[in-house]
Design a protein around this ligand. Structure first.
Ligand code: FES
Ligand code: FES
Length: 165
């Protein structure tokens, strides 16, 4: 095997997977090109936009900030994990409130919202804006996203399972 290549083992959305990766590859690149997981998007690659957001060992993080091989044997959840049994209530609220257009920001927005709602099921608007502040949306102007999260929370059904599945 080429010295630059190595085998990476990850548990991705509950499935243990292995792939041969370049030692210099970023986690978002490995997920997309080696594991075929396209929910996390490639945006800035500098940690600023949130398009590549995943949960890594339970914590949300920007996967462009991790070298893939440094996360060998980690557990990764991506956007795909949220809709295994159909859309979550939070996703439905995004749909109902036109809270996305191209969808590029959805990994960051949904994971950030889910993490907030797990901590605080009844956040106010300022808290919602703070929670999603690490994510750039080029399409919606943010108001619809905040409305979607607020309306979902106000319905009082924000359980961990319903939010993040
Ligand atoms: S691509 Fe990772 S934060 Fe922008
Ligand atoms: S919906 Fe296009 S970047 Fe947010």
């Amino acid at each position: 095997m080429d010295d630059d290549l190595t085998v990476l083992e990850l548990t991705v959305n509950g499935n243990r997977r292995t792939a041969t990766v370049d030692r210099r590859e970023l986690l978002v690149e490995a997920l997309r090109t080696r594991f075929g997981i396209t929910g996390p998007k490639i945006g800035c690659l500098t940690g600023d936009c949130g398009a590549c957001t995943v949960r890594l060992d339970g914590l949300i993080t920007k996967s462009c900030l991790h070298i893939a091989v440094a996360e060998d044997r980690a557990e990764i959840e991506t956007l795909e994990s949220m809709s295994v049994g159909g859309l979550t209530g939070l996703q439905e609220s995004f749909w109902d409130n036109n809270a996305f257009q191209c969808g590029y920001c959805l990994s960051g927005m949904l994971f950030s919202a889910a993490e907030l709602l797990e901590r605080d099921p009844k956040p106010n608007e300022d808290e919602i804006r703070q929670a999603i502040s690490g994510n750039l949306c080029r399409c919606t102007g943010y108001d619809a996203i905040v409305t979607a999260i607020k309306r979902y929370a106000d319905r009082g059904s924000a359980t961990v399972e319903d939010v993040a599945q």
